[in-house]
Design a protein around this ligand. Sequence first.
Ligand SMILES: Nc1ncnc2c1ncn2[C@@H]1O[C@H](COP(=O)(O)OP(=O)(O)OP(=O)(O)O)[C@@H](O)[C@H]1O
Ligand SMILES: [Mg+2]
Length: 489
Amino acid sequence: MAKILLVDDEYTMVQMVTEVLRAEGHEVFPFTNYNGVAEALTSRRPDLVITDLYLDKTKPHGLEIVQKARALTPPPVVIMITGFGTVESAVEAMRLGCYDYLEKPFKLDELKLCIQRALNHTQVLAENQQLRKELRRGYQFHRIIGASQPMQAVFHLVERVADTDATVLILGESGTGKELIARAVHYNSRRGQGPFIPVNCSALPENLLESELFGHRKGAFTGAVNDKNGLFHEADGGTLFLDEIGTMPAQLQSRLLRVLQEKEVRRVGDNTSVTVNVRIVAATNENLESLVKSGKFREDLYYRLNVIPVTLPSLRQRPEDISMLISHFLRERTHSRSGKPFQVTCRAMAAMEAHSWPGNVRELENAIERASLLADLPLLRVRDLPPVVQAHATADDGNEEQQISASVVPSGPRPSEALSASATPTTPGARPASPMPPTLLSLKKYGHDQELAYIQHVLASTGQDKEAAAQILEISLATLYRKLSDTGD
Ligand SMILES: Nc1ncnc2c1ncn2[C@@H]1O[C@H](COP(=O)(O)OP(=O)(O)OP(=O)(O)O)[C@@H](O)[C@H]1O
Ligand SMILES: [Mg+2]
C-alpha cells in the first residue's frame, strides 16, 4: 500500500489507472494538468510519482515535476510516461533521476509491472532507512560530551543548521571530534534517513579519488572494466562528508566546485551528467585561509564550502569537560578481573586535567583505554596513565587510593542517577571545591554563573535533552531557555 501521485492529461487513462491502483489498496492522487501538482508533492509526500512528460502540447511539465519530486527529502521514486518518439526527453528524465520510463501506448500490465518494480525499489530503500535509524541513535547529541561553553555553542549551532541543506565546514585540530559532529549534522537532519558517505580526501591518489567521487564509464581508463557510480551518486538523498578537504588536489577542487554549483555529476569518461541531491559537509584540521593565500586551495571553493563554519575547540580550551569525557569513556568498561566499574583517583584526575592533550579527545580516549587495560584495580591511578600525563602528577604521598574523584560517575547509570552520584560524593572532602572566580563579582553575577554551570552540568548528564534537564531542575522548559540565554549582566 503506497501513496501514488499520478499526472496525465488523458482523462480516461487517469481514471482507469486510478481505479486499478485503488483496487489494489494504494492511495492515489490523480491530476490531469499541472495545477496543484507542486503543492501536492509537498503536502501529500507520495512514495511514487507517475507523470506524463507533456501535459499540454507546448511544455514538458513532466521534467519540472521530476525535478521537484527528486528535490524532496526523502525523494519519491518517479516513473515517466512519454509519448511516442520522445526518447531524448526520456533520457533527460532518467538523467534527472527518474527510476523508469514507459512509452505510450502501453498495456496496463506493463504499467503494473513497472509500478511493482518501483515500489520494490522503495521498499529496499525503506529497509535501509530502518537500519540507518538504528545507527542514527548513536549520533545524537548524548554521545557527544561537552558541558563547556564553547561546546555548548557548537551544539547550539549544529542544532540550528542541521535541518537546512547548507554546506557545513567543520574546523578543528586533530581528534577534536570533527567526524562525530559531521555525523551529528547528518543524523539530526531531514536527510538523516538517507546515506551518510564519508570520504577521506587524503587517503587516495588523485585519479583514484576522482573516480571514487564521481564514478567512471567502462573503458574511461585502464582498469575501468565496468561502469561505476561514484560516492556522489551513492550519497544521493543524504550527506557526503569530505574529510581532510585541505588535501584535495587542485584539479579535483575545480570539479568539486562545478558539482556544487550545478548540482550535477559527470562520471569520468562520460559526456552526460546526472543530477544529484547531496548535502556537503567538509572538515579539515588545516588552516584553509592560509592555503587559499598560498594558492593551494581555490578561493571560490573555499567560499562555497565555508557557508556555515563550525569550529571545534581543542581540549585544552575546555579542560572543564575532561572529567565528563573520562566518565563517558569509562562508562562502557569494567575492570577485567573483578568486573567492577572503574573509579579514578583525585591525583590521576588532577594530572589529566593539567595535561594539554595535543591529540585532543582522541588522545584522552586512548589514554583511558590504555589505563583501563593496565590497571590492577577497578581504580585508575597515576601509574596507569601514559608517561606524558604522569609528568603532571603531584608528588605521591602514599595515599592516592584513599582519595577518589567524585566527578567520575560509576558505569552505566541513568542520567538522573549520574547526577545524584556526582552531587553527593561518597568520600567526604574528595570533591574539589568549586574554584573561585579570578575577579571579584557581585553576588548576583556569581550566583548566576554558578547556576549556569550547574544547568550545563545537568544538560550534559541528560545528553543535551532540555526537557529532561528542565524536569530534573524542576523548572519549565521556557525558564530553562531563558536562563541559558541570560548573560547575568
Ligand atoms: N565531544 C566528544 N564526546 C565524546 N567522544 C568524542 C568527542 N569528541 C571526539 N570524541 C571521540 O574522539 C575520537 C576522535 O574523534 P573524531 O574522529 O571525530 O575526531 P577528528 O576531529 O575527526 O580527528 P582527525 O582530525 O584526526 O580526523 C573518536 O573516537 C570520537 O568518538
Ligand atoms: Mg576525522
